[in-house]
Design a protein around this ligand. Sequence first.
Ligand SMILES: *[C@@H]1O[C@H](CO)[C@@H](O)[C@H](O)[C@H]1NC(C)=O
Ligand SMILES: *[C@@H]1O[C@H](CO)[C@@H](O)[C@H](O)[C@H]1NC(C)=O
Ligand SMILES: *[C@@H]1O[C@H](CO)[C@@H](O)[C@H](O)[C@H]1NC(C)=O
Ligand SMILES: *[C@@H]1O[C@H](CO)[C@@H](O)[C@H](O)[C@H]1NC(C)=O
Ligand SMILES: *[C@@H]1O[C@H](CO)[C@@H](O)[C@H](O)[C@H]1NC(C)=O
Ligand SMILES: *[C@@H]1O[C@H](CO)[C@@H](O)[C@H](O)[C@H]1NC(C)=O
Ligand SMILES: *[C@@H]1O[C@H](CO)[C@@H](O)[C@H](O)[C@H]1NC(C)=O
Length: 382
Amino acid sequence: MAAWSWLILLCLVAAATAGVLQARAQPDSKGFISVDCGLPGKTSYVDDKTKISYAADDGFTDGGSFHNISAEYITPALSARYHNVRSFPDGARNCYTLRSLVAGLKYLIRATFMYGNYDGLSKLPIFDVYIGVNFWMMVNISDPSGATLLEAIVVVPDDFVQVCLVNTGTGTPFISGLDLRPLEKKLYPQANDKRGLSLFGRWNFGPISTTEFIRYPDDPHDRIWMPWVSPSYWVEVSTTRPVQHTDEDVFDAPTKVMQTAIAPLNASSNIEFAWVPYTQPKDPAPGYITVMHFSELQLRSSNATRQFYINLNGNMVFSQGYTPAYLYADAIFNSNPFLRYPQYNISINATANSTLPPIINAIEVFSVFSTATVGTDGQDGM
Ligand SMILES: *[C@@H]1O[C@H](CO)[C@@H](O)[C@H](O)[C@H]1NC(C)=O
Ligand SMILES: *[C@@H]1O[C@H](CO)[C@@H](O)[C@H](O)[C@H]1NC(C)=O
Ligand SMILES: *[C@@H]1O[C@H](CO)[C@@H](O)[C@H](O)[C@H]1NC(C)=O
Ligand SMILES: *[C@@H]1O[C@H](CO)[C@@H](O)[C@H](O)[C@H]1NC(C)=O
Ligand SMILES: *[C@@H]1O[C@H](CO)[C@@H](O)[C@H](O)[C@H]1NC(C)=O
Ligand SMILES: *[C@@H]1O[C@H](CO)[C@@H](O)[C@H](O)[C@H]1NC(C)=O
Ligand SMILES: *[C@@H]1O[C@H](CO)[C@@H](O)[C@H](O)[C@H]1NC(C)=O
């Protein structure tokens, strides 16, 4: 394949457009905490699409002040969560505390940021976000109308967790929304007491809708799956039949995501895509973990074989030819971060025995970060 046919996956931090979002002071019956930061008073509302109830951030944080974003950035499609922000002009470090958690459980934590010129200064800030005392990610707002979305999967050692915004002298930290979702402990085994996963991107290949994210209730864990469509390279494969999960499934990709996949447009070509690391001053060489989701969606005749290799920068990441199971979700993943590369090229090619082209249903890419001290409030060093 020619070099330019590599499709570069974009970092979610930069690519997310403003979607729907929501919160409450205590976990709801599903264990969800959904906070609309900067919503005045003690109000709450139910999001139309997800039916998740979002609460004001009163009671989660002490400092800061609330602001509406500038009217020119409010469009009918913009979810209510982005209409207002809380900003923290004072203090080097300001935290939100999420309480009533179960110590030792795994949680998905999502923070969203849309600037929308809320302060009327038209100055795009850069600041750091921590989980407890652990550096999570730098937020670099590059577009006033874009939403930056951070997501982490972490084991929380206490019955609370803090998400902290740290002023690094390059603009006032602010936040639009904060979500917490419980995950069963067996999910995402790569996240443990010492290591968190920070989402780089989560893409659903060949989606039915090219604009809509899949999230709760289609995904009971309320992960956000972004559509990834590239008709000049890929054909879409889909089914309306349910895709099942085995008990051993540790990723639990939702049926709606697994019901669509892509294959190369030219059946004798490979599926190829790539990403470049999102480097930051505090994390110049992030280590990456991927979870690739597969399910066969087409009933094969007995003499047809779909079998393929998965390669990273020319090296096989799975030592055998892989055949996805018919209407069962399965995943190929690495348990520890890949070696660090300036670019990660993934190529999925059919084995010599295969009569059918390769397919892939979805992919998640994470960088790892140390969570040796999640939850503690910072007196003890790491
Ligand atoms: C990834 O692919 C690009 C385009 O073909 C190539 O220039 C680059 O060297 C590859 N990177 C690695 C680490 O293999
Ligand atoms: C923010 O927007 C809301 C909803 O439009 C409005 O009711 C409120 O008065 C605004 N607040 C400020 C401080 O402008
Ligand atoms: C922030 O993003 C801009 C481009 O959007 C980039 O030029 C700049 O180097 C980034 N800043 C840092 C500290 O990474
Ligand atoms: C499909 O790919 C094969 C191998 O790369 C190539 O020889 C063939 O010309 C391609 N066919 C089309 C229609 O592009
Ligand atoms: C499978 O067998 C059928 C019937 O013999 C034949 O028509 C078909 O072309 C074969 N398919 C492949 C991929 O070999
Ligand atoms: C698939 O890719 C691997 C690794 O790059 C290579 O060794 C193998 O020959 C390829 N298989 C086929 C059938 O082209
Ligand atoms: C391909 O088929 C041959 C003959 O059946 C078999 O020996 C070989 O192991 C197969 N290769 C793979 C990768 O399954």
